[in-house]
Design a protein around this ligand. Structure first.
Ligand SMILES: Cc1cc2nc3c(=O)[nH]c(=O)nc-3n(C[C@H](O)[C@H](O)[C@H](O)COP(=O)(O)O)c2cc1C
Length: 251
């Protein structure tokens, strides 16, 4: 295994940070890694907002499903899909009346934002700096739009918090993954049978020395990740975000 693959295999989320600050040099390396990411047509349809203001961090810790460790992180970056920059450029220099960005344009911008985000995670990890994605930035769109001064075509897609891991975080066991064959398909997608669900889930928990049944596994995610209050807010909020990209009867 080469060093890169080894690093990707070992990487896990970090949610408790030491007091050690992230140097300007390291922060620059993290941001430089983002900008080297591939983007659709090299348009770089993303924006990174560094949150250095303690009050904004505190607000985000609350509005992103009450996760206090967000406020403790020495570096916090919100990754946005940004179609505003090109939209404005086109209106300034090409056609004042150009069409607004639509949902396909948004999907490309979201891809750009997330790929750049993952580059920062890998770069940070290579310097011993831990990180954790915060998907709850998708909640409370109206509040975040005001807080971060987001124009109409800039949407917050993910937030990442970075910092040096405490020793217990370093020693925390990385959560196991499903076997590759549960997620790799050849040429065409094939749904798992009930028995295959049972097999893959049981196998995953055997690896982690846990004794969960397949029912418990699905019930747990159902309650915590699908029926939980945060999902109601997240789906409401994302619906709001999407409104201006969804124009009916697009030719
Ligand atoms: C899109 C996305 C959103 C996430 N949101 C959160 C979050 O809001 N809070 C949190 O503690 N972890 C969050 N995580 C981290 C996941 O829980 C974590 O990646 C997963 O449990 C696997 O663990 P590992 O990263 O340690 O391997 C998120 C990860 C991703 C990719």
């Amino acid at each position: 295994m080469n060093q890169t693959i080894n690093q990707l295999t070992k990487r896990k989320s970090v949610r408790v940070f030491t007091e050690k600050p992230i140097s300007l040099e390291s922060k620059q390396a993290i941001l430089d890694a983002a900008i080297q990411a591939p983007t659709a047509g090299n348009m770089q349809l993303y924006a990174m907002i560094e949150i250095s203001d303690k009050k904004i961090k505190d607000q985000l810790a609350q509005s992103c499903d009450n996760q206090p460790f967000i406020a403790q992180a020495p570096l916090v970056i919100v990754f946005c899909a940004d179609y505003q920059r090109f939209f404005d450029g086109w209106r300034f220099f090409v056609d004042q009346n150009t069409r607004p960005p639509l949902v396909g344009d948004l999907f490309l911008a979201m891809s750009d934002a997330l790929i750049a985000a993952q580059n920062t995670v890998v770069a940070a990890d290579s310097m011993g700096i831990g990180s954790c994605y915060i998907g709850d930035i998708l909640e409370n769109y109206e509040l975040h739009q005001k807080l971060l001064n987001l124009p109409d075509y800039v949407l917050p897609i993910s937030m990442i918090v970075y910092g040096y891991p405490t020793v217990p975080q370093q020693n925390r066991i990385k959560p196991t993954r499903l076997d590759l064959s549960a997620v790799v398909h050849q040429n065409q997608y094939s749904s798992l049978s009930k028995e295959q669900h049972e097999y893959y889930v049981t196998q995953r928990f055997k690896l982690a020395n846990q004794n969960l049944t397949v029912q418990q596994y699905y019930q747990d995610f159902y309650s915590r990740k699908y029926q939980a209050a945060f999902t109601v807010e997240m789906n409401r909020s994302v619906n709001q975000m999407l409104q201006r990209f969804l124009i009916k009867n697009v030719e």
